[in-house]
Write a protein that binds this ligand. Structure first.
Ligand code: ADP
Ligand code: ZN
Length: 756
């Protein structure tokens, strides 16, 4: 018997091994194995079970990892698709579908010693006083962890061993499951009565679930060939903030469970708050479809992640909620995939394999006959255009629950405020006034600025010195609390100088300018000394409890004004927040990225959505230096469709997505000339690949917007075309065949979201 194995060390090839007799029943497709390779032993995954091998003198598999195959055949197929489409070696794609904690050779269960009472008839043997004390506790509890017994009784392990010697009890290792949410009491909830819009959406999804099921059963029985064909199986749920999308998700999952099928829920890492997780756990903690809800995200310990993953693999958790990589969870059979905030760029992984979990969700749904629901208040241009072309089915929820009003958005022209104040203020008059009012009325406010730190640049007005990073082409940000200048790209840091560091200058009058959240917080404290102010950004949240703590304090009214970066923009629901201020709304408009307008529109809409979720109507102040920009004006009117219509025209004119797909190739190296030279060589190669194709736009090579990062020079080359799967296949083959100078790395990024 032969197994074809993909090895974890990147070789882009598969190798055949003999399955020894003693492992015969334990090897299937997706089983992880340890095999000899040269003089080493390496890990791999069985990716095929061929009848025979063209090679002779095969070596044997040494060991099987885990009791169950770790990668299901379906997930393996998905990994192969990822490798092909995103131009990455298949070993890397396969590796990324399993959490590191699961891939380890040793089983990662935490075992602890437990003491268990054994059946005993007749008289007890004679025990010492000490032993009797301990015995009473065991008799009452029947079973408990050894450690707990010792701390309860103050006895030593030796005493307990003596009782074991008498045959009264047994001490044995037992698996203890780590539950990251163990300390939380979650009260079960039941389904809410849906409003008309919600009910209509749920009905469409339910119908699709019913229709999709027979196909999957056929497939499970091996009677059906390929994946189910698109059509009514991918939904775009466009619902304004507070329209009750989550309730629709919950009830759709319930329907999937009715059909005996599980669900994956993807949410952006940032909105994977205890609040969100709780909503899902609470709904399925009881009732007819009670099941565990597994949670996968980066704040879990390796052990917790291991246990959560195995709960899914063993079928005990039928629902998974998690960030990007949860799309690979081995839910079996899978009925429903939900991608909340589908427009979010954090679904894209910025290292190989550079997949977008939203797009992988659609592919996985098709492969497994699962229904996919992409939800957003501000759908991506790509998804909305797919809906308009009927590639996805559009579901709409245009009003908030209970007809609650969307907040009133006021745009403040900061140019005229700057004229009044001799320079741009942080808070305009109307915003100051509004903050003051909220404090008096004991309502809460949120202030938002998408830039952390205190000041974003340090200059010397005398000699023109600017504090830049020695490793990157970017200026350093001043973090006042730490007294440091820091690079937000490579984390380089240096003490903040008090005079110009240029030796020939030394001017004490150096100037800090540009604004970050730290300064917003500081100014706020000075303006409103009586207010309780907190800040939430990646500088203030160092430990996982911090996040919970700040949100908890805000919820219980211990904080009046919360300042933060985009971290506070997503998915949070605080009914007492009636004011949202966006300090500088046009920061994200001036990025060298064709999506800058779209991103600004999304951000403004998401942030405004935090206001007025309770009984009192919300108000939003958008401070902007370009107040008439369409992204700002359409966001002010809550007009997604209007924004889409005008933005789509630009996209068409310039042949940007959704009218094309992009492949961005970045070349990096320490010698700029070599990088530039290699980039020119690449350009010729790519011209050859697409010779004769219609509608292809090649741009570059040119230095990247971030021309140098972490001491590497960076050049980029962009390809826009319509046939991306075909192109990425060609590109993959081409790149494998090329020899680049040693110190040059070439990174293809298909459907990039970050163009810097
Ligand atoms: P979205 O995800 O669209 O922003 P949510 O699902 O968070 O909206 O819903 C907003 C609020 O409305 C939540 O407090 C939710 O419990 C409540 N809600 C949702 N659906 C209903 C309903 N059918 N009846 C009553 N309240 C609802
Ligand atoms: Zn740097």
């Amino acid at each position: 018997m032969i197994a074809r194995v993909t090895l974890e060390i990147a070789l882009r090839r598969e190798f055949d091994y003999v399955i020894p007799e003693e492992l015969a029943g334990a090897v299937e497709i997706g089983t992880r194995v340890k095999v000899p390779f040269g003089s080493r032993q390496v890990m791999g995954v069985v990716t095929g079970l061929p009848e025979s091998s063209p090679h002779t003198q095969l070596r044997s598999i040494l060991k099987v990892i885990g009791k169950q195959s770790q990668i299901t055949e379906k997930v393996l197929r998905l990994a192969r698709w990822i490798a092909g489409y995103y131009c990455c070696p298949v070993e890397i794609a396969i590796k990324s579908v399993l959490p590191e904690a699961v891939r380890r050779e040793k089983e990662g269960w935490q075992e602890r010693l437990h003491v268990r009472l054994l059946p005993w008839t007749g008289d007890l043997p004679k025990l010492t006083r000490r032993q009797t004390d301990v015995w009473h506790v065991i008799e009452e509890r029947r079973e408990l962890p050894l450690q707990e017994l010792l701390s309860l009784t103050g006895a030593t392990a030796e005493v307990v061993r003596r009782i074991e010697d008498q045959g009264l009890i047994e001490i044995a290792p037992q698996i203890t499951e780590r539950d990251p949410y163990a300390h939380e009491t979650i009260l079960p909830t039941t389904s809410l009565t849906l409003n008309t819009e919600q009910a209509r959406c749920l009905e469409r999804i339910t119908r699709a679930l019913n229709e999709a099921t027979p196909a999957s059963i056929r497939e499970a029985r091996g009677t059906s060939g390929g994946p189910m064909e698109g059509k009514d199986s991918v939904f775009l749920l466009y619902g304004v903030t507070g329209s009750g999308k989550t309730e629709v998700y919950l009830q759709a999952i319930d329907r999937a469970l009715d059909l005996g099928r599980g669900a994956i829920v993807l949410v952006p890492e940032i909105s994977l708050t205890p609040q969100t997780v709780e909503r899902f756990k609470a709904r399925f903690s009881g009732g007819r479809h009670a099941t565990l809800v597994a949670v996968l995200h980066s704040h879990l310990s390796a052990g917790e992640r291991h246990d959560e993953w195995h709960k899914i693999r063993q079928g005990r958790a039928r629902i998974v909620i998690g960030a990007r990589s949860a799309i690979f969870a081995p839910v079996e059979p899978l009925g429903l995939i939900i991608v909340d905030e589908e427009h979010e760029h954090s679904y894209k992984q910025e290292e190989a394999p550079r997949y977008n979990a939203r797009d992988v969700a659609v592919v996985r749904g098709r492969m497994e006959g699962a229904v996919v629901v992409l939800g957003s208040a501000t759908p991506s241009m790509e998804s909305y255009s797919n809906a308009k072309k009927n590639k996805y089915s559009l579901l709409e929820m245009p009003t908030r629950i209970d007809d609650r009003k969307l907040p009133l958005v006021r745009v403040v022209d900061m140019r005229s405020e700057a004229r009044k104040e001799k320079g741009p203020p942080i808070f305009s008059h109307p915003l100051k006034e509004a903050l003051h009012q909220r404090l008096e009325r004991k309502e809460q406010s949120m202030l938002f600025l998408n830039r952390r730190g205190f000041s974003t640049s340090l200059q010397c007005p005398k000699c023109g010195y600017v504090a830049g990073c020695p490793n990157c082409s970017i200026s350093l940000t001043f973090h006042r609390a730490q007294g440091l200048l820091r690079c937000h790209v490579c984390s380089h840091s240096a003490p903040a100088p008090t005079r110009c560091p240029e030796p020939s200058c030394g001017n004490p009058g150096i100037r800090y300018s540009g604004l970050g959240t730290e300064k917003v917080e500081d100014t706020l404290r000075k303006l409103f000394p009586q207010a309780r102010v907190a800040r939430m950004d990646s500088d203030t949240l160092k430990r996982k409890e911090d996040y919970r703590q700040v949100l908890g304090d805000f919820r219980t009214g211990k904080i009046d004004i919360l300042v933060g970066t985009q971290m506070i923009a997503k998915g949070l629901h605080f009914p007492n927040v009636t004011l949202v201020g966006i300090v500088y709304a046009d920061l994200s408009l001036h990025m060298p990225d064709f999506r800058a307008g779209e991103r600004t529109f999304q951000l403004l809409t998401q942030v405004s959505g935090r206001a007025g979720r309770g009984d009192v109507e919300g108000e939003v102040f958008v401070q902007a230096f370009t107040p008439y920009h369409p992204a700002i004006q359409y966001a002010r009117r809550h007009d997604f469709i209007g924004f889409y219509e005008q933005e789509i025209e630009h996209r068409q004119e310039l042949q940007y997505p959704p009218f094309s797909r992009i492949a961005m190739i970045t070349l990096k190296g320490r010698n700029e000339e070599k990088v530039a030279f290699s980039a020119e060589h690449l350009k010729k190669g790519i011209e050859g690949l697409v010779a004769g194709w219609k509608g292809v736009v090649l741009s570059g090579p040119a230095p990247a917007p971030l021309a140098r990062a972490e001491t590497f020079y960076r050049y980029q080359f962009m390809i826009r075309c319509r046939q991306m799967p075909l192109f990425s296949q060609k590109l993959s083959d081409y790149l494998i065949g090329q020899e680049w100078p040693d110190d040059i790395t070439v990174t293809p990024d298909i459907d990039p979201v970050n163009l810097s």
